[in-house]
Design a protein around this ligand. Structure first.
Ligand SMILES: Cc1cc2nc3c(=O)[nH]c(=O)nc-3n(C[C@H](O)[C@H](O)[C@H](O)COP(=O)(O)O)c2cc1C
Length: 185
């Protein structure tokens, strides 16, 4: 059975070359490398030079193994460019999706308020239709900022939505906000 490993580059210092060598010897099929040490936590930028080092180790030792780079990718295009520039076979995205729900759209365009609200409405409706009252509505609130930012009235709308307890309360707030827009998008 193919086994993949997801790992950082080291504990206190980058140990990329040795560590990747050890993983390759163990017979893994794919490695996802988060380009930070454990000590760096997420406080420092990911160091994509380490992905380059790993890619060249893979290429020379076990070229059939897939290397997937990870860390600080904020857009599809940036991911493609970094992955290619560093010799990775692919990239993995984590937090980027929390700032840009359209991450996987190839075109990097800023979305207008109507589209953001439509997507949030879909998200809430999907949650409601999937979970009904079996999950606490509050777990959705961490996602509101993803959609409700970068337009006039966003802060106030977010504050209102944070006080809602149920999809049936939140959706009318969004509809009311839409109606207050001079001309949607
Ligand atoms: C909320 C959260 C939970 C995470 N959970 C895991 C996990 O369970 N296993 C894991 O290998 N990495 C986990 N990570 C790390 C991410 O997979 C990723 O390696 C890291 O966030 C760097 O990528 P990014 O800059 O694209 O977010 C988590 C990250 C976040 C923000």
């Amino acid at each position: 059975m193919p086994v993949s490993v997801k790992t950082r580059t080291g504990l206190k210092e980058h140990q990329t070359e040795n560590w990747i060598g050890t993983l390759l010897e163990s017979g893994v099929s794919a490695i996802t490398l988060h380009a930070r040490t454990q000590k760096m936590m997420s406080l420092f930028p990911a160091d994509w030079e380490q992905i380059k080092i790993a890619a060249s180790a893979v290429k020379s030792l076990k070229p059939e193994v897939k290397l997937i780079g990870n860390g600080d990718i904020l857009s599809y295009r940036q991911g493609m460019e970094l992955g290619e520039a560093c010799g990775a076979n692919g990239v993995m995205v984590g937090r980027g999706i929390f700032t840009n729900p359209w991450f996987f759209a190839e075109e990097d365009v800023e979305r207008g308020v109507a589209e953001k609200l439509r997507m949030l409405t879909n998200h809430i409706a999907l949650f409601h239709n999937t979970w009904g009252n079996t999950r606490n509505f509050s777990i959705l609130k961490r996602f509101f900022k993803i959609y409700i930012h970068g337009f006039q009235g966003a802060v106030a709308l977010r504050a209102k939505l944070m006080q809602t307890q149920h999809a049936e309360e939140a959706l009318p707030e969004i509809e009311a906000f839409k109606l207050s827009l001079p001309n949607a998008d």
